[in-house]
Ligand binder design. Structure first.
Ligand code: 5RP
Length: 223
């Protein structure tokens, strides 16, 4: 699978044009993009980058890329990221890496969003993956109960030490185990977001513009 992700990263990095502002996604596939982009930068490509997470920022900086302060720009040309699941309507579940809110903020302000996924993530219907929901700590058990009343059974995400996972926005994540695949992901997103205490869901709608799906022998693109 790493070979596929590497190829995806390289392909996406080759689409980046000189002098553009690039949004860096988070996760193992996005990492390959960052590595390939850094290589292009060391060969003369000039870009400015903003990051959706500290881990991606650290990687990019270690590879010699310049990360700029988000407050210094007012738009992003291209945002590149992975996804946990994506369907043919380019609706996605994201957030396994915990960066869903920052990812959504960057994607939403980008002229073009390129999603790079291996073939296991390209699904007919979303919902087999856990659906992450970022919630504020205040009243988080009430928020969890309110989700349950709507039929969404969730667990608080834990970190490696079994402590509550805390996002870079100082929030928690409830991972929903969906009871069935989603017929209308936007409906679920809106319902979940209607609960006070929910900051955002990992359902991404109308954000991806180009999708690269990697297989062992090819990369398929759809726009
Ligand atoms: C992080 C994300 C990632 O893009 C998503 O989890 C896919 O990660 P990977 O490429 O490691 O499978 O949404 O919050």
């Amino acid at each position: 699978m790493d070979e596929i992700k590497q190829k995806l990263g390289e392909t996406a990095a080759n689409l980046i044009k000189d002098k553009s502002v690039i949004g860096l996604g988070t996760g193992s596939t996005a990492k390959y993009f960052i590595k390939s982009l850094a290589k292009r930068c060391s060969n003369g490509l000039s870009i400015r980058a903003v990051s959706s997470s500290k881990s991606s920022e650290r990687l990019a900086k270690n590879l010699g890329m310049k990360i700029i302060d988000l407050e210094k720009i007012n738009h992003i040309d291209v945002y590149v990221d992975g996804a946990d699941e994506i369907n043919s309507k380019k609706q996605m579940i994201k957030g396994r890496g915990g960066a869903l809110l920052r990812e959504k903020i960057l994607a939403n302000s980008s002229t073009k969003v390129i999603i790079i996924v291996d073939y296991t993530k390209y699904v007919e219907k979303l919902g087999a993956a856990l659906l992450p929901v970022e919630v504020i700590p205040f009243g988080c058990n009430l928020t969890k109960n309110n989700l349950e009343k709507l039929g969404y059974i969730s667990n608080f995400r834990k970190d490696r030490d079994s402590n509550l996972y805390i996002t870079e926005n100082d929030n928690y994540i409830l991972d929903i185990k969906l009871q069935k695949l989603l017929d209308d992901p936007l409906k679920d997103h809106n319902l979940i977001k209607s609960i006070p205490g929910v900051v955002d869901t990992g359902i991404f709608i109308d954000l991806a513009k180009a999708v690269l799906v990697g297989y062992h022998d090819k990369i398929e693109r759809f726009f």
